[in-house]
Design a binder for this molecule. Structure first.
Ligand SMILES: O=c1[nH]c(=O)c2[nH]c(=O)[nH]c2[nH]1
Length: 305
């Protein structure tokens, strides 16, 4: 028997788009820039095994569709726009059964000029992105995962690491005061939505959840007297679950971007370690990588509140 295709998906990645919203009343414009990935699954195996393109919706068509839907619909919040795009593909093409849409929204923050918000000028204040991954499956509803990526943070005290396993492989000293830095990758998974209308019914909650997750992450990072990345990230996730109904799972993935103390004793007895540490060596690699998923004890099954 010939070998079989057991999994296949295809689509367009890195579709870049920018939409300008012009508010005539206030003469204020707003821009949203995003990068979209669309991947489709369904009865497409013949394209691989029999070179049969009759089942192929061209990836170029997917790109065009995203532009048209962006013109015809709001593209914020990204949870809604991703759901509109994903639903389109399974509704339009009967042989497509699952659509995955990932949207990365880039920051264009309004400029403050002479103390006033500027009506049409923006700046990229950091590499942080707001992300969403939506999947629609025919007859099975819409799953939505929202997140924050690329948020680079550092604290110069209020972090220690001690009491860890010591054995014949261990060289790391215990510390009660260190620099802690990470690039936040946080995401939260919403209970499954049945339809697009269920998503529309929850609309303000997506922005509120993103604001809450961002604020909790920053406030906990800054305020926690951190015993470890593990302990601090759990506190973040736990608070997001408490604050955001409709979310059952929160994921964090945090690199531990090490800043090493430098012993300068060799130069005229210079003291630069422990309480005297001032000059550090930031490390590019290797880095710690700490991950967790924290879940609500009794998950709600749908996102309808
Ligand atoms: O917060 C930390 N968690 C670890 O698991 C770990 N391991 C390590 O070497 N340093 C740290 N820091």
């Amino acid at each position: 028997m010939a070998s079989q295709v057991t999994a296949a998906r295809y689509g367009k990645d890195n579709i870049r788009l920018c939409k300008v919203h012009r508010d005539e009343a206030s003469k204020t414009q707003t821009v949203t820039e995003m990068t979209v990935c669309v991947l489709l699954e369904g009865e497409i195996e013949r394209a691989y095994t029999d070179a049969d393109n009759s089942v192929v919706v061209a990836t170029d068509t997917m790109k065009n569709t995203v532009y048209v839907l962006a013109k015809q619909n709001p593209i914020t919040p990204p949870e809604l726009f991703a759901s509109i795009v994903a639903s389109h593909f399974i509704e339009k093409y009967t042989h497509i059964h699952i659509a995955h849409v990932k949207i990365t929204t880039h920051r264009w923050t309004r400029m403050i000029i002479d103390g006033l918000p500027h009506p049409h000028s923006f700046l990229r204040d950091g590499t942080e992105t707001r992300n969403v991954e939506v999947s629609t499956k025919r007859g099975a509803g819409i799953t939505v995962r929202s997140g924050i990526q690329g948020l680079l943070v550092l604290k110069s005290t209020g972090s220690g690491f001690h009491g860890f396993v010591r054995d014949e492989y261990t060289t790391l000293g215990e510390t009660w005061d260190r620099i802690l830095s990470t690039e936040v990758d946080a995401s939260w998974e919403w209970a499954t939505f049945k339809t697009l209308d269920d998503i529309r019914a929850l609309l303000p909650n997506f922005d509120t959840a993103w604001e809450a997750a961002r604020e909790i992450t920053l406030k906990t990072f800054a305020g926690d007297n951190s015993a470890s990345v593990q302990a601090t990230m759990y506190k973040m996730a736990d608070q997001i679950l408490a604050r955001v109904p409709g979310v059952n799972h929160v994921d964090y993935s945090l690199p531990n971007k090490h800043y090493f103390e430098i012993n300068l004793e060799w130069h005229k007895g210079l003291k630069n370690t422990g309480k005297d540490a001032e000059v550090y060596a930031p490390q590019s690699n290797p880095n710690g990588l700490i991950k967790c998923t924290v879940s609500r004890p009794n998950p709600s099954r749908t996102s309808r509140l």
